[in-house]
Design a binder for this molecule. Structure first.
Ligand code: ZN
Length: 195
């Protein structure tokens, strides 16, 4: 009887006796899964907009670990340099003016890996595009191309916060949501409907 499936390939998990339940069928699947969770679209990986972030989401310079600024490019670096940095608790990405990259930030929409219906509706309204789970594990960041007329805008739906950012702001990255595509779609229409 298959009790659970490998989280990466869906294959059968052999029971290894008493102990913690396994999540992957093999070391290969464990490594591949972690790599997939860290994958980011080339469109943002290729830009020098990367910083580190502290556990409490303060942006940090990858080279020194000192605070970074979302308006000072001298405090940003490449994805490779930020990924290799020992400082802080993870990665951050700066949304810089003129890049036309936009992030929809949906707070408190994930619980136990389940997306709340209001957030699922928004994600479904978007063309296939990159999305990631916030560092807290309870929020969703939907990434795409677009521009906001007035930078950050906020709307509340069903008592939940929806925010959108396009410049002068940094995003604390968590990990890729499910099998979200590693590309950014044009979110202009979705933003026009939503905001
Ligand atoms: Zn597997």
């Amino acid at each position: 009887m298959i009790l659970t499936a490998c989280e990466h390939c869906g294959g059968e998990l052999r029971r290894a006796g008493i102990g913690r339940p396994q999540r992957f069928c093999s070391t290969r699947c464990r490594v591949a899964s972690h790599r997939a969770r860290r994958a980011v679209p080339a469109e943002i990986r290729g830009r020098d907009r990367w910083v580190r972030r502290s556990a409490d989401k303060v942006p940090l310079r990858a080279d020194t670990g000192r605070p970074a600024s979302s308006t000072d490019p001298a405090t940003w670096t490449t994805h490779a340099a930020a990924a290799a940095s020992p400082h802080g608790a993870g990665l951050g990405y700066v949304l810089a003016d003129g890049d036309d990259i936009v992030v929809l930030d949906l707070d408190h929409c994930l619980s136990g890996g389940r997306l709340a219906p209001w957030a699922a509706r928004i994600l479904a309204a978007c063309p296939p595009t990159y999305a990631e789970v916030s560092p807290s594990g309870t929020g969703l960041h939907i990434w795409g191309r677009g521009r906001l007329a007035r930078g950050r805008r906020i709307r509340r739906q069903d008592g939940a916060a929806i925010e959108a950012y396009s410049d002068g702001r940094y995003i604390a990255l968590g990990h890729r949501y499910a099998d979200a595509p590693l590309e950014l779609a044009d979110l202009s229409e979705v933003l026009a409907d939503l905001l």
